[in-house]
Design a protein around this ligand. Structure first.
Ligand SMILES: C[S@@+](CC[C@H](N)C(=O)[O-])C[C@H]1O[C@@H](n2cnc3c(N)ncnc32)[C@H](O)[C@@H]1O
Length: 262
């Protein structure tokens, strides 16, 4: 792997620090007890970081999301790690009945409301529901909105705890039979040299991006998901890459659309 590609990390990490340092310091100074709550500090950092990156990242993925989400999402849509709610912009009102934005970082909820409202989804008429739990909390998801027709995950499964378990329970318990899982994620590279750098940078990267790991083979975990009897859970599925993305990309992306057996 070229050193310039491996060090691409440094630029993004520096931007993330620049975006978050001052605001996070101010928050800690005005409430020093935050120092005892590192998870909360991490969310504050992420709210600044995502404030800087979200629109650009969305812009870069627009074509992919239009193909994946606009074409594939239907019925009750659960967007895990909704961020600023950009997914709402890709939902087709003729097919989608309700947008459920799951976002444990409550600092992002005002942005979700704003984006979703502009896209025609509002809490007032029930077309928007915002959940504050993590994607791993499937009991809360089920008790709040019931089983869903579509699960969308955009750049989120890199951050959830116990990812294999979380993917399995979301697909087994939360996704309806015949429902679809749509994902667009950065994942572990199939190239050993790139994967080596991804593993090296992950401990630092996750500090700035609320636990985000660069080296998860999320695409393979999804592909291999099984039902409770140990059988394949998918009726059909397809995954593909991002056109013209260099092989040496530290954030190597995969896109997938999987339909659960009925
Ligand atoms: C890189 S951002 C992506 C946001 C959004 N999906 C997008 O593409 O604009 C990752 C998001 O995952 C959220 N997140 C972190 N831990 C999570 C968890 N356990 N369950 C669900 N979302 C989580 C973060 O708060 C953050 O908003």
């Amino acid at each position: 792997m070229k050193l310039s590609a491996a060090l691409g990390f440094v630029t993004d990490f520096r931007y993330a620090l620049q975006a978050s340092l001052l605001g996070t310091l101010k928050a800690v100074v005005s409430s020093p007890s935050l120092l005892l709550k590192p998870a909360l500090v991490s969310r504050i950092v992420m709210s600044y970081v995502w404030g800087m990156f979200a629109d650009g990242v969305d812009g870069n993925g627009r074509e992919i999301k239009a193909e994946l989400i606009t074409q594939g999402a239907h019925g009750l849509v659960l967007d895990i790690g909704a961020g600023h709610g950009h997914t709402a912009n890709y939902l087709d009102h003729d097919k989608v009945t309700r947008y459920v934005a799951l976002e444990p970082n409550t600092l992002m909820h005002p942005r979700i409301r704003e984006t979703a409202k502009a896209a025609g989804f509002e809490e007032a008429n029930g077309s928007l529901v915002i959940l504050s739990c993590g994607a791993e909390d499937t009991e809360t998801i089920l008790s709040s909105v019931g089983a869903v027709d579509t699960i969308v995950s955009v750049l989120t499964l890199c951050s959830v705890p116990c990812p294999e378990l979380t993917i399995t329970s979301l697909v087994r318990d939360v996704l309806k039979p015949g429902g679809v899982l749509l994902y667009f994620e950065h994942v572990r590279s199939p190239r050993d040299d790139v994967a080596w750098w991804q593993k090296l940078w992950t401990p630092l990267w996750q500090l700035a991006f609320d636990g985000c790991k660069l080296d998860r083979p999320t695409h393979l975990w999804i592909e291999d998901a099984l039902d409770t009897e140990g059988n394949r859970i998918w009726k059909e599925g397809r995954r593909w890459g991002v056109k013209d993305e260099p092989e040496e990309h530290l954030w190597w992306h995969q896109v997938g659309r999987y339909t659960k057996l009925s």
